[in-house]
Design a protein around this ligand. Structure first.
Ligand code: PCA
Length: 203
């Protein structure tokens, strides 16, 4: 079974992105799954096509996309991808989108098809902080999540699919003492918990 796990490059002046650090430190195999890890650009015009090229190339049975949500203290399990780009921050090529539809003909939203309740339970069993989230924001994470779910809805061969937001890393909080952070080892453990549950759901 192939599980595609994506992370994002740094953005917004940060030098690191926890999702990139996590995917670069995951094992290739985990509990009977092949973990295929790929990095996505923080660029509206390219992220979707880069993701789709990996989907076409790898034909995974499941997809887990990761990104950072600085300010959140736990691994947040995103329930809904919404059909809108709406952010105060420009992407890494300077594009600012505020209130534009991702897909003019698409539905307002898609639900995650990951086994979120079981993932949450596994994270709790590992004493890792987690929460559900009703919004992946209006920037690249929601954009990629929406494009992923649209593609998954149109081609059920690589369900389940969804998105988890990660907290900042301690290194990002050195000069921002009020910024919640979670060590990389625990973030990796959390993503492996999610991978394990996703793998079980495929059996
Ligand atoms: N976080 C941003 C985009 C890339 C990332 O890791 C977001 O939450 O949209």
């Amino acid at each position: 079974m192939n599980l595609l796990i994506t992370g994002f490059e740094p953005f917004g002046g940060e030098k690191i992105n926890p999702s990139q650090e996590v995917i670069e430190n995951l094992p290739e195999h985990w509990k009977g799954l092949c973990l295929h890890t790929k990095l996505l650009p923080v660029v509206y015009d390219r992220a979707e096509n880069v993701l789709f090229s990996y989907l076409d190339h790898l034909a995974p049975q499941a997809v887990l996309c990761l990104g950072v949500a600085a300010g959140r203290a736990s691994l947040t399990l995103e329930r809904i991808a919404v059909n809108i780009d709406d952010a105060d921050l420009p992407d890494n090529e300077g594009a600012l989108r505020q209130g534009s539809l991702i897909d003019r003909n698409g539905p307002a939203a898609y639900f995650s098809t990951l086994p979120l309740e079981r993932i949450r339970k596994r994270l709790q069993d590992h004493a890792l902080p987690s929460s559900f989230s009703l919004s992946a924001g209006g920037f690249l994470c929601n954009h990629v999540f929406y494009c992923l779910m649209k593609r998954a809805a149109e081609n059920a061969s690589f369900l389940p699919a969804g998105f988890i937001h990660l907290p900042a890393l301690p290194a990002q909080a050195v000069f921002k003492p009020d910024l919640p952070s979670l060590p990389l080892s625990l973030q990796i453990e959390g993503v492996l918990c999610a991978a394990e549950v996703i793998g079980e759901s495929l059996l």
